[in-house]
Write a protein that binds this ligand. Structure first.
Ligand code: SAH
Length: 268
């Protein structure tokens, strides 16, 4: 049995991070787990080329994301499917974009399987925020610009009023400003206007911002702007989900050559 896979009474279950998209950013453990899988439950943001390259031809592949079927498969259904397959003796791999424990509901899945008596092994993946920033040639931390990083979801805002938004963006902005932290916002494109307005309460309008779509993939696109033009910059560049928004002074050194000149408002 593969070392990256833990066994239960019957089959086994491994939660695997598929990374941001580029198959070469998979870990060796991820590749081994995918190659060993007899059943793969696959999220939306996982590249088809990963399955084409590494899944066994006879593996049962179930797409459980929004783009695989008509609607997103309910979480409870996915978990039931995993439990049943493990009990039937299958080598189950749950393949998630990026890292399974960064906004992937991986924690919930591990908990629910544990309640059913099944221990899951987790294989890390490169999270989208990390790949996005690296693709721009800038670091997430820098001794002169950023002492740390915050990964935060912007999703809670979508469709909800500001009052229902559980993220205290103003507090976050004030902390990011005083403690010099880079903000990496996942699922934030739809709520960009709200996020921009709230962050401006604690961060200067000329704080550099980059928005990166399809990080690490051949169709990657990005725009560089400033916080006071976050929403406008996204609209002008036509950037949509999946994208991460990066906010912070680490982007100041971003070479103009890396980004399209028309989208690059901040200098060096
Ligand atoms: N577990 C994943 C995140 C899942 S949440 C990870 O660690 O990366 C889904 C969000 O991740 C998207 O809305 C987007 O904000 C981000 N995302 C995932 N893949 C991406 C990519 N290739 N480029 C940019 N953002 C991406």
């Amino acid at each position: 049995m593969n070392k990256a896979t833990s066994s239960s009474a019957a089959g086994s279950c491994t939660l695997v991070g598929a990374g941001p998209g580029d198959p070469e950013l998979l870990t060796l453990k991820a590749v081994k787990a995918i190659q060993a899988a007899t059943v793969l439950l696959v999220d939306d943001l996982v590249s088809e080329s990963i399955l084409a390259s590494y899944a066994r031809p006879d593996a049962r592949i179930v797409h459980v994301g929004k783009r695989g079927g008509c609607k997103s498969t309910p979480q409870a259904f996915i978990e039931r499917l995993m439990i049943t397959a493990v009990r039937e003796g299958e080598t189950v791999v749950r393949l998630k974009g990026g890292d399974p424990f960064i906004f992937g509901r991986g924690g919930e899945e591990v908990e629910h399987l544990r309640e059913a008596g099944i221990e899951c092994t987790v294989v890390n993946g490169i999270t989208a925020g990390l790949a996005a920033v690296t693709s721009l040639g800038v670091p997430l931390t820098h001794r002169d610009h950023a002492q740390g990083v915050v990964f935060v979801t912007g999703h809670a805002r979508t469709g909800a009023g500001a009052a229902e938004d559980p993220t205290d963006w103003r507090a976050l902005a004030a902390t990011a400003h005083s403690a010099r932290l880079t903000l990496v916002i996942y699922m934030g494109v739809a709520g960009a206007g709200h996020i921009e307005r709230e962050l401006l309460h604690g961060l200067p309008g000329d704080t550099p911002v980059a928005v990166v779509q399809h990080a690490s993939l051949p169709n990657q696109r990005q725009v560089a702007t400033t916080l006071d033009r976050l929403q406008a910059g996204i609209a002008e560049a036509g950037i949509a989900s999946p994208a991460v928004i990066v906010v912070g002074d680490v982007l100041r050194g971003l070479a103009a050559a890396v980004l399209p000149a028309d989208g690059n408002r901040f200098g060096t």
